[in-house]
Design a protein around this ligand. Structure first.
Ligand code: HEM
Length: 164
């Protein structure tokens, strides 16, 4: 987990922007997962949903999410599960819940990671969030404007490829 710039500051968890992470490894994933779900727990909208579902099972959830993100960004093949099925009990939620999840996730990414590393998480997150919502709310469902704005911002952040 090499910070982009070595400085005397207290590090990304302390909100120091000059020490954002450039290279993703398991420690970086762990930091992201723990920081993000710490914010989820404290959130007025999502906190109660997660606390009710995960009472007494937070440690297991955090380990599962570390495995999930390691599989996605590091190709670790550690996550074995069914994301769609795990969210079936949440059809009573709404697009607003997903918009909040995504805005907390993106904000955490911005605080911890350099833009290119943040993109490695952000792009799959918004794609999976869209698919979960279509699954839960039906194929007629359209993304709320807040999420469309996030989608657009992601498109603009896509790192340039050689043939672009
Ligand atoms: C409002 C949005 C969301 C809510 C309320 C939510 C809630 C939850 C809860 C409560 C669990 C634990 C289920 C259990 O073990 O009983 C869970 C699992 C999980 N969530 Fe979400 N989630 C949301 C969005 C997302 C998104 C956008 C992603 C992916 C980027 C995601 C990925 C996962 C994964 C990988 C698991 C583990 C599934 C398994 O058990 O194998 N979630 N979610």
């Amino acid at each position: 987990m090499r910070p982009a710039a070595e400085t005397a500051c207290a590090g990304p968890a302390a909100g120091c922007p000059t020490a954002r992470i450039a290279d993703i490894d398991e420690d970086a994933v762990r930091l992201l997962v723990h920081t993000f779900y710490g914010r989820i727990r404290d959130d007025d909208l999502l906190g109660p949903v997660f606390r009710q579902a995960l009472e007494g099972r937070w440690d297991m959830h955090l380990e599962k999410m570390v495995a999930f993100w390691c599989s996605i960004v590091l190709g670790a093949k550690r996550y074995r599960g069914n994301v769609t099925q795990a969210h079936q009990p949440f059809s009573h939620l709404s697009g607003t819940h997903f918009s909040r999840w995504l805005s907390l996730f993106f904000d955490t990414l911005d605080k911890l990671f350099e833009p290119q590393a943040a993109f490695a998480f952000a792009e799959p997150a918004i794609r999976i969030a869209e698919s979960l919502q279509l699954n839960l709310f039906g194929w007629e469902y359209t993304l709320p404007p807040a999420q469309r704005t996030l989608l657009d911002s992601i498109r603009h952040r896509r790192p340039a490829r050689e043939h672009d």
